[in-house]
Design a protein around this ligand. Structure first.
Ligand code: GLU
Length: 426
């Protein structure tokens, strides 16, 4: 069964992020007996904006990129979600990512809806000036949608706090006064929250600890493999190593490393700063990005992009636990294979909610103009991650569901309840 491709079964592969997101929602709707009207509302984003983003290159010529901002749902509060810059961004991907944000916020119990944005561009080929001009133009194009009460962007793949500062500035200049609450994940100097930079990684660590505890395993000497050595994966490697786990494999776009005895993230960081990639780190075996998913380890953390575990490699995963730090790394059908093989999958909408949770704290601090200590941020984050894990784990145990089904049940259920409570206009 594991080697059978979807084509063998006579239907197209459910491999795109949007198909995965819809299949997950449909399955949850069926399991929980969701009212058909609400199900249909939740299948489509509330609004999708496509924008053309022209900007000047350093040589004086003009480049035009396609940009998007999608609000999947705003029933529980303002739309919330990151902005990504990547050459493969398209409307369907942004729709999927926005839908996942809706469930993620609802599971974490924070009063946001789901949104996502993106620009189809490879930011690595742009100079800093070009990146700033593109960001400011994209921000201007999506201006009618964003604002602290309506939609609050944040960093995602290839975007960072500097880019958030440019968006905050562009919005504020247009308003005529400073509006720190329009974006999260911005520098502390302009109203960012302490602890936001490492929040997704820290949340992933809390999730792994909760999982190990629930499964009766100790933290010490658990072996971990992490795909994606960027903002999320790189810091998660450091945190897990510091907590006593053995990080046996890491990778970035250029390739990966394996060492059974464990790798030292600090030494890898030093190497990556000089060499530009983790590859070539001395004393470790070079592996490819796809090898990384198949290494012998207890916990596999896909922290890069969506759709990396598919029907083609799901039967080769050796980890007992998969903790999804990336959004959508496992396709719908691959998830079934992992489930049949008894692999415990902590789904993205639960596992990587640390980022949006501290984004919520940042927004709250901005609105109150009253700022918290890093300890307070981390402690409140831990409480929310632990509570969410237990709510999902209890439902999964009670109803004999996978963690993903239970997470969707809770997320979709809370959004559906909000819809039904508010009623349908007019
Ligand atoms: N981009 C992150 C995510 O996918 C964070 C979003 C946010 O903080 O709004 O969850």
């Amino acid at each position: 069964m594991g080697n059978e491709t979807p084509e063998d079964k006579g239907h197209a592969a459910l491999d795109s992020a949007w198909e995965t997101a819809l299949a997950q929602l449909d399955e949850a709707a069926e399991l929980m007996g969701l009212a058909p009207g609400v199900h249909e509302i939740l299948r489509a984003p509330k609004r999708s904006l496509s924008v053309s983003v022209p900007f000047r290159l350093d040589d004086g010529s003009t480049k035009v990129c396609q940009g998007y901002r999608v609000h999947h749902n705003v029933t529980r509060g303002p739309a919330k979600g990151g902005i990504r810059y990547h050459q493969s961004v398209d409307l369907d991907e942004v729709k999927a990512l926005a839908m996942w944000m809706t469930w993620k916020s609802a599971i974490a119990g924070i009063p946001f809806g789901g949104a996502k944005g993106g620009v189809a561009v490879d930011p690595k080929v742009l100079s800093r000036g070009e990146l700033e001009r593109m960001t400011r133009r994209y921000a201007s194009e999506i201006l009618p949608l964003i604002g602290p009460e309506r939609d609050i962007p944040a960093p995602d793949m290839n975007t960072n706090e500097e880019i958030m500062a440019w968006i905050m500035d562009t919005y504020s200049i247009n308003q005529g006064y400073s509006v720190p609450g329009v974006v999260t994940g911005k520098p502390v100097a302009i109203g960012g929250s302490k602890g936001r930079g490492g929040a997704t990684s820290r949340g992933v660590m809390y999730m792994i600890f909760s999982t190990l505890k629930a499964l009766g395993k100790g933290i010490d000497e658990v072996s971990v493999a992490i795909q994606g050595y960027g903002k999320v994966g790189g810091f998660a490697a450091q945190l897990l190593h510091d907590a006593g786990c053995r990080v046996v494999a890491v990778s970035d776009v250029e390739g990966g490393l394996y060492r059974e005895r464990g790798l030292d993230p600090e030494a890898i960081n030093r190497h990556k700063r000089e060499a530009g990639a983790v590859a070539g780190f001395p004393g470790a075996e070079p592996i490819s990005n796809s090898d990384l998913l198949e290494v012998d380890c207890d916990v596999l953390v896909p922290a890069a992009i969506e759709g990396v575990i598919t029907v083609k490699n799901a039967d080769k995963v050796k980890a007992e636990i998969v903790c999804e730090a990336a959004n959508g790394p496992v396709t719908f059908e691959a998830d079934k294979i992992l489930g049949e093989r008894g692999i415990f999958v902590v789904p993205d909408i639960l596992a990587n909610a640390g980022g949006v949770t501290v984004s919520y704290f940042e927004w709250v601090q901005d609105i109150q103009a009253y700022f918290w200590s890093e300890e307070e941020v981390n402690d409140r984050l831990r409480q929310i991650m632990e509570r969410s894990f237990h709510e999902v784990y209890s439902l999964a145990s009670e109803k004999e569901l996978t963690m993903r089904q239970a997470a969707h049940w809770i997320g979709v259920g809370r959004v559906a309840e909000a819809h039904l409570t508010r009623g349908l206009f007019p």
